[in-house]
Design a protein around this ligand. Structure first.
Ligand code: BG6
Length: 483
């Protein structure tokens, strides 16, 4: 299928990974554990220090395979590669005054090779992997001290890699603090945290993010800094206006994070939400001035699926758990499979992946138009992809379903561009199979490249190209036309 319109010249096509799900070598060359390194296989969002197996410790050993992997990305034609820098390689505890030179050298060579192979480097400064020490000693981002540790980390990186790294993302899926993922996003133990804690942590992250914008622009005026939000398109269950209000409230809980980072101020609905939920965050006038003065240059978001919301479901959970409507929005309604969140039902118009995630390219079109209408800043799709169990047959995987998924989401982007959305790039999540963040599985495979490693961490780590490797290569070479 050849579609008539081209993506803009210079459109960025590539892939995204995160250090903790990928690099392995979790204690090598001076690195110490991050919050991800105490999350065992199959446990989502909680630390457990006594487990037998931690998938992030070995990842897929990018630390010793980076030349091969970057070369394969270059072979596919990537002109952007998004990854995170493991904070604990540079500052193993977070408190050191001077960075670990060996950690810096590792990324020197990775980024240099990316550039040589024609890829822009996009660094996620914090992708679920802050130093474990800072979580244990200070309670993570609940503490204001985190701002200094983070800005020291940022300054070190930009001083080293200005002119090499063009794009910076301050926090991965910053809004997931409020989705029971605060261990990963902010180093706060969800077993004891309150809604106040997670909004306080978010406030500290907003200040830190704005200071990162300031530092990066001062050192490298050419660099662009973005925010990453998690976005799931939400549909009302019915045409009952009350269902649409539930949708709006859910959306506001997500918009809050991009509103602050892009528009530079706390929106009115947030103060109202704080009042209704007895949330009293500590902040200063100076914090708010920093947030106002240094908004991000662009917005990026992760998109995998959509969900539906209904007033009835919210009320039923409210009754069942004896919690207020607002508390349900805060917590309870989010637990479980995202496709059924707020309704208890799946969307009958959509297919599901075996892990129960809806496949909804139209939802991506709607997301793009919605976010661009709201913010009018350049947009980047930071993650999108399909994770599924796969078996190697004759040294490859004939993953037609992945090619279809990719094609349909590319068409959705094309339609948004035709509508005038200033979309400048797309990163497939996990262009090579890596450890799943949610399940810790290796068997939830997203890659165009298969890696021989199983859920118990066994395997040769040998890499094999799937059929989608060639499909993406062709798609990139034609700038999104040859689908
Ligand atoms: C995103 C995260 O939310 O989803 C990634 O930024 C994650 O870290 C990705 O891997 C896919 O989720 P999962 O649970 O399938 O790995």
């Amino acid at each position: 299928l050849i579609i008539p319109e081209d993506f803009p010249k210079g459109f960025l096509w590539g892939g995204a990974t995160a250090a903790n799900q990928y690099e392995g070598a979790y204690m090598e060359d001076g690195k110490l554990p991050s919050v991800a390194d105490v999350q065992p296989h199959g446990v989502f969002g909680y630390p457990d220090r006594n487990a037998k197996y931690y998938p992030t410790h070995g990842g897929i050993d990018f630390y010793h395979h980076w030349q091969e992997d970057i070369s394969e990305f270059g072979e596919m034609g990537f002109n952007v590669y998004r990854t995170s820098v493991a904070w604990t390689r540079l500052f193993p505890t977070g408190e050191e005054e001077e960075p670990n030179e060996l950690g810096l050298q590792f990324y020197d060579q990775v980024f240099k090779t990316c550039r040589e192979k024609g890829m822009e480097v996009m660094v996620t400064i914090s992708h679920y992997e802050m130093p474990l020490h800072l979580a244990d000693k200070y309670g993570g981002w609940k503490s204001r001290k985190m701002i200094d540790f983070y800005t020291k980390f940022v300054k070190t990186m930009v001083e080293r890699w200005h002119g090499v790294v063009k794009y910076w993302l301050t926090f991965n899926e910053i809004g997931n603090n409020i989705h029971k993922m605060e261990w990963m996003t902010a180093g706060i133990d969800p077993k004891t945290s309150t809604l106040n804690d997670v909004y306080q942590a978010s406030h500290h992250q907003f200040v830190a993010s704005s200071l990162a914008v300031k530092i990066i622009h001062e050192i490298d005026p050419e660099a662009k800094v973005g925010s990453v939000i998690e976005y799931k398109t939400i549909y009302p269950m019915s045409c009952d206006p009350k269902d649409s209000i539930v949708v709006l409230k859910e959306k506001q809980r997500g918009y809050f994070f991009s509103d602050v980072q892009v528009r530079g101020q706390y929106p009115g609905y947030a103060w109202e939400y704080f009042k209704e939920n007895d949330i009293n965050i500590e902040y200063t006038d100076e914090d708010m001035a920093i947030i106002k003065q240094y908004p991000v240059d662009f917005l990026s978001f992760t998109y995998y699926r959509s969900r539906i919301a209904s007033k009835d479901y919210v009320e039923s959970v409210q009754k069942e758990t004896n919690t207020s409507d607002k508390e349900i929005h805060g917590d309870t309604a989010y637990r479980g499979d995202d496709n059924i969140v707020n309704t208890g039902k799946t969307n009958p118009y959509l297919k599901l992946t075996p892990s129960g995630w809806s496949i909804d390219p139209d939802g991506l079109y709607l997301a793009l138009v919605d976010l661009y209408d709201r913010y009018q800043v350049p947009i980047f799709v930071a993650e999108n992809g399909l994770g599924i169990k796969e078996t190697l047959v004759n040294g490859t995987v004939n993953d037609t379903y992945r090619m279809e998924y990719l094609r349909d989401h590319v068409i959705a982007m094309q339609n948004a561009i035709k509508d005038g959305v200033d979309l400048f790039g797309y990163a497939w999540w996990g262009p090579i199979d890596i450890v799943s963040n949610g399940s810790g599985q290796m068997s939830k495979r997203y890659g165009f490249i298969y890696v021989d490693r199983n859920d118990a961490g066994e395997g040769t780590l040998k890499r094999y190209r799937k059929q989608s490797f060639y499909y993406y290569k062709k798609l990139i070479a034609s700038n999104g036309r040859d689908l």
